[in-house]
Design a protein. Structure first.
Length: 401
């Protein structure tokens, strides 16, 4: 007989630690591998609840410990995840398969069970085995910042410290993404490749800069990470930090000699700091020698983009250093026109004070517009250009997860 959830009497006996009842049921011919919801067997339930003697009884009755549930987890994987050392030891002695050991290693690494990892290493587990998405145990430990597990895998297991997942994330990138400074330091000392990239082109330094972790950025720079290595959309660590307003990181990268300007439209650090209204970062970049009039997407300058977004403090700063108020986009739209159209009164006043002409004639591709063109003119430059018909590269790529 089974319940509505598919649980057999043996399943319930294993769950409740009724060892003697379980023996009676097995002697009467109960199937030790009959599964319930999610593919869980009596052995799974005994492991989950930590009922060591019931686990032993089921193994002696021939329960298949290498069978995975519907989530791909084996009995050993579950015991490893829970950190039940005695159950792990019993399952290993009972002949866990290589796949079951790998499953156990991945789940133990994920939850930081260093004692379980140590047992599995002694049992000959493949330390470079991969799970969903191609992640290794070291990557999972790095993602969570489990130092003790990381040390075991590197020093005892001699695993591949640069083995990447399907999205290109290496253990170092996972550690940087999780802001685990000590783990990053450990991997660098072990010789990890600091300039490996994700499929989107993000390095560990890009991750640290984007998230504003100045100590990690400094550590990576001291380890000679490439300070100018850009993502596939052309964003460097400096441009990422500039857009997010991470002043300390911007300072570190400038001092390290990071490139201030960009040949790819829309990715220059100053353009991005102007777009997001980062006044102090913009000031720092200008003082370091960033080109105040460098053009970005469709010919937009930092002044244009700050005017469009209504960042009057950035506009004031750019005007103060002499940014050209007359440079128009490829569609003939000037900073004054876009600020007027967007209703940014303070920005309009600042631009007029800086010399913008109140009687300027709006030009379209070098020619005076017709009334139809004026009516169809865009209200603002489309920053999410990657999503419109003209194409472009503004949209920041998603980080690896």
């Amino acid at each position: 007989a089974v319940t509505s959830e598919g649980a057999t009497p043996l399943f319930l006996a294993a769950q409740e630690n009724h060892r003697h009842i379980a023996r009676l049921l097995l002697d009467a011919g109960a199937d030790p591998d009959a599964s319930g919801t999610g593919g869980a067997t009596p052995l799974f339930m005994a492991v989950q609840e930590g009922h060591l003697e019931v686990v032993r009884l089921l193994l002696r009755a021939g329960a298949d410990q290498n069978r995975a549930n519907s989530f791909g987890t084996t009995a050993l994987g579950l015991a490893s995840y829970l950190g039940n050392l005695e159950v792990v030891r019993l399952l290993l002695l009972a002949g866990a398969s290589a796949d079951a050991k790998s499953n156990g290693l991945l789940l133990a690494a994920l939850t930081g069970r260093a004692d379980v990892v140590s047992l599995l290493v002694l049992a000959g587990v493949n330390c470079n085995a991969t799970g969903d998405g191609g992640v290794t145990a070291l990557s999972l430990a790095a993602q969570q910042g489990h130092l003790a597990v990381g040390r075991l895998l590197i020093k005892v297991c001699n695993c591949d410290i640069d083995k990447a997942a399907q999205d290109g994330c290496t253990p170092l990138i996972f550690a940087a993404q999780g802001l685990h400074l000590e783990f990053v330091q450990m991997l660098i000392r072990a010789g990890a490749d600091k300039d490996k990239t994700t499929t989107e082109g993000f390095t560990a330094l890009c991750e640290a800069a984007y998230q504003g972790h100045s100590m990690m950025v400094q550590l990576l720079l001291q380890a000679c990470a490439d300070k100018n290595k850009a993502t596939k959309t052309g964003h460097t660590p400096l441009s990422l930090a500039s857009h997010e307003g991470h002043l300390d990181v911007v300072q570190l990268l400038i001092e390290a000699g990071a490139t201030l300007n960009s040949s790819q439209p829309g990715t220059a650090p100053l353009f991005l700091s102007a777009h997001s209204g980062q006044v102090e970062v913009t000031k720092l970049l200008l003082e370091a020698g960033a080109d105040k009039d460098q053009v970005g997407i469709e010919g937009a300058t930092p002044l244009y983009i700050a005017a469009q977004e209504g960042h009057h403090q950035v506009v004031r700063l750019l005007c103060h250093v002499g940014a050209d108020t007359k440079i128009a986009t490829s569609k003939g739209i000037t900073p004054l026109r876009i600020a007027t159209q967007q209703g940014h009164r303070t920005v309009v006043r600042l631009l007029l004070e800086a010399g913008a002409s109140a009687s300027e004639e709006i030009m379209f591709d070098g020619e005076p517009p017709t009334m139809t063109e004026i009516m169809k003119a865009p209200a603002s430059l489309p920053l999410a250009a990657a999503n419109n018909e003209r194409g472009g590269s503004w949209a920041l790529p998603a980080l690896c997860t």
